[in-house]
Ligand binder design. Structure first.
Ligand code: C5P
Length: 220
């Protein structure tokens, strides 16, 4: 059972994907964490992130290993656990520029397909291009959406900033990242033609999880 869950930031993709994988006894892969990990490595190795040729030349250098336990999906780069630092502002601001480079996508996509192929009993893979590019033959494809306002409110809440100023800043950063991810040439953020769209704006996390589990079970 291969499940692809795509959508923009702040739709509850990660929380939903992990919970759904745990409920259904499947492995779990966070592909955003892989793009964040390669970005973290580039930042720490002085790669010029304004130069796509420099990013392309370095794309094959770091060794990235993704854990697939939905309860503890750790990720390492060259043996170092980077699960925490890849969530920082520096990586979040830089990741869209790195993930837009075709050589980076080719490398990470190959890793993702290999992990999905080896997953015993099936896997939930979350990202932006899983249904369209990485695993077009997935057994179930879900595309999560939510209004920009709801997504910004969730992200801002996660980061502890609930005041109007931090909400506005989060909304702006989110819109910028989504525009970059949707507008890039190589496998942009997009809904696959055969994906089922779930608008999470008015739903609680528990309702989204229940809805996605039901959709997957219908395909089993
Ligand atoms: O999901 P998350 O916010 O951690 O993703 C970080 C970034 O990784 C995205 O903004 C996007 O640039 C990139 N990404 C991607 N393709 C995927 C998953 C993530 O380009 N399948």
């Amino acid at each position: 059972m291969i499940v692809g869950i795509d959508g923009p930031s702040g739709t509850g993709k990660s929380s939903t994907s992990k919970a759904v994988a745990a409920k259904l006894g499947l492995r779990y892969l966070d592909t955003g964490a892989q793009y964040r990990a390669i970005t973290w490595w580039m930042l720490h190795n002085g790669i010029d992130l304004t130069d796509p040729a420099a990013i392309a030349a370095a794309a094959g250098r770091p060794e990235i290993v993704s854990g697939t336990d939905p309860a503890a999906p750790a990720i390492t780069v060259d043996g170092q656990d980077v699960s925490a630092p890849i969530r920082g502002q520096e990586v979040t601001s830089a990741v869209s520029a790195v993930s837009a480079v075709p050589e980076v996508r080719a490398r990470i996509t190959a890793l993702q397909r290999e992990i999905a192929r080896q997953a015993q009993g099936g896997i939930v893979v979350e990202g932006r291009d899983i249904g369209t590019t990485v695993l077009p033959d997935a057994d179930a494809k879900i595309f999560l959406t939510a209004s920009e306002e709801a997504r910004a409110a969730r992200r801002s809440g996660e980061q502890g900033g609930r005041d109007a100023q931090s909400l506005a800043a989060t909304r702006q950063a989110l819109a910028r990242r989504d525009a970059a991810d949707s507008g890039r040439k190589t496998s942009p953020l997009a809904k696959a033609g055969d994906a089922i769209e779930v608008d999470t704006t008015e739903l609680t996390l528990e309702q989204v999880i229940e809805c996605v589990v039901t959709l997957i079970e219908e395909k089993r």
